[in-house]
Design a protein around this ligand. Structure first.
Ligand code: AMP
Ligand code: ZN
Length: 457
């Protein structure tokens, strides 16, 4: 089976050819921990979790190292901590803890390593020192800057011309910069901001060098896959490449660069000012994490995704069906070839979904093999991993009824219906709807009696 991944560096699907099949290495840029994760932040987590699971499946779980960092030093962090009147460490700890709980509710596996920027200051100093020594960086007024014109390959990932980049550089360029594109590796801290001693004065690192240092420490100077959202191609990933390749005189930092498309909500760009800013934490109060995960995977990762409540509803009822159907499925089945073929073609999750639909259709006809394959294949995508009891026991936050009460009301409604007291039966149905319960009536084929099942709205 051919395994291809779209590589932003080559602008084509490249065959995945591991540097060391005993240790596949992947780095994904993680969150800056100053605020709750929004549903857009969840997209790279879920997408690269699928890739992590696929790599583990193909090469063996113990042969894959996945590093996803936590950026815990940043202007936005300093500003937020000051605003809340709390210690920076307190802010980053509580935000990181919430992030972990959100992402695990989306059924993302923890990465193999989760380095924190502030634990890698010495490694950053080493890279900055090497860049100065090789003529790629210079000191100016307490800053150390990367000198972009010193790297002829600069722009290879984003394929931007130097003129475009210069035009895009900020208008008021700091006077100590030799070139408007030069970017910060180290800078002095302002009063009250965290500061570390360095050969260039007390200060703190620039954002890009953090990832270069953490990736090198945990994955080596050249590794297999580097990922993140499409917004990170320029300048963040371009600068990571310049730093890592400049410091080590290597040709590549990672062989394959992968980027997920952006997420918007109900057709609109998500923004606090639009009032459509959805945090993962809030959404998890209204929908099961697994349904959110499935909704994210119905669009191919490189396409923009329009996240809708409708889509979430569909994802949830699909999972209801799959869980019901595979309740007694054999546990030892293999992942279906059709799903593997889809995923090894640049993580084609919509095609994998189509394959799962086919398996479901076959399983519904009583095909035991299809039933087992449906479960095993869905699990490769991080779905159907719960027991069906746990899946069906999920309730939205603030759900105001317990199962027994619902059953009692349903029985009372059937009684009223049988007595042709439609006013009462309608009143009970409305009462249940108000609690978020939807009723489905059917007639027993043999007795003709009314039967009612229920589900959540
Ligand atoms: P940040 O904390 O802003 O650095 O973002 C963390 C990750 O989320 C990065 O990989 C971003 O590219 C990604 N990201 C941020 N917003 C969105 C969005 N609306 N859609 C998809 N990915 C996003
Ligand atoms: Zn990064």
């Amino acid at each position: 089976m051919e395994f291809k991944l779209y590589n932003t560096l080559t602008r084509q699907k490249d065959a995945f050819d591991p540097i060391d099949a005993n240790n596949i290495r992947m780095y994904v840029c993680g969150p800056t921990v100053y605020d709750l994760a929004h549903i857009g932040n969840a997209r790279p987590v879920v997408v690269f979790d699928v890739l992590f699971r696929l790599l583990r499946h193909l090469f063996g779980a113990e042969h894959v190292t996945y590093a996803r960092n936590i950026t815990d030093v940043d202007d936005k962090i300093n500003a937020r901590a000051a605003e809340e009147g709390i210690d920076i460490r307190e802010l980053t700890e509580k935000t990181a803890a919430q992030y972990h709980s959100d992402m695990s509710a989306l059924r993302a596996l923890p990465p193999t390593v989760e380095p924190r920027a502030t634990d890698h200051i010495a490694e950053m100093h080493t890279i900055i020192g090497a860049l100065i020594q090789r003529g790629h960086a210079y000191e100016a007024e307490g800053h150390v800057l990367f000198h972009v014109p010193s790297m002829s390959e600069y722009g290879q990932l984003s394929r931007r011309s130097v003129e475009d980049m210069r035009a895009g550089a900020r208008i008021d360029v700091a006077p100590y910069k030799k070139d408007p594109m030069d970017f910060v590796l180290w800078k002095p801290s302002k009063e009250g901001e965290p500061a570390w001693d360095s050969p260039w004065g007390a200060g703190r690192p620039g954002w890009h060098v953090e990832c270069s240092a953490m990736a090198e420490k945990h994955l080596g100077t050249v590794f297999d896959i580097h990922g993140g959202g499409i917004d990170l191609v320029f300048p963040h990933h371009e600068n990571e490449i310049a730093q890592s390749c400049g410091a080590h005189a290597t040709e590549r930092m990672a062989n394959i660069w992968m980027h997920n498309g952006f997420l918007q909500v109900e057709g609109e760009k998500m923004a606090k000012s639009q009032g459509n800013f959805i945090t993962v934490k809030d959404l998890l109060g209204k929908w099961p994490g697994e349904a959110i995960r499935l909704a994210l995977l119905t669009t191919h990762y490189r396409q923009p995704i329009d996240f809708t409540m409708n889509g979430l509803g569909e994802a949830k009822s699909l999972l209801d069906t799959w869980y019901r159907l595979t309740e007694n499925a054999p546990e030892d089945a293999a992942v279906s070839d059709s799903v593997l073929t889809a995923l090894t073609d640049d993580l084609n999750t919509p095609q994998a979904m189509a394959a799962l639909h086919q398996l479901r259709a076959d399983a519904a006809k009583g095909d035991q093999k299809a039933m087992g394959e449906l479960k095993a294949s869905a699990r490769l995508l991080g779905l159907l991993e719960q027991s069906s009891e746990d899946w069906f026991a999920w309730r939205p936050e603030g759900f105001a009824a317990d199962d027994q009460e619902i059953e009692k009301l349903i029985a009372a409604r059937i009684e009223a219906r049988n007595a042709k007291d439609f006013a009462t039966s309608d009143r009970i149905r409305d009462e249940l709807v108000a609690k978020g319960v939807v009723l489905m009536d059917s007639k027993n084929e043999e007795t003709g009696a009314l039967e009612t099942s229920w589900s959540l709205k």
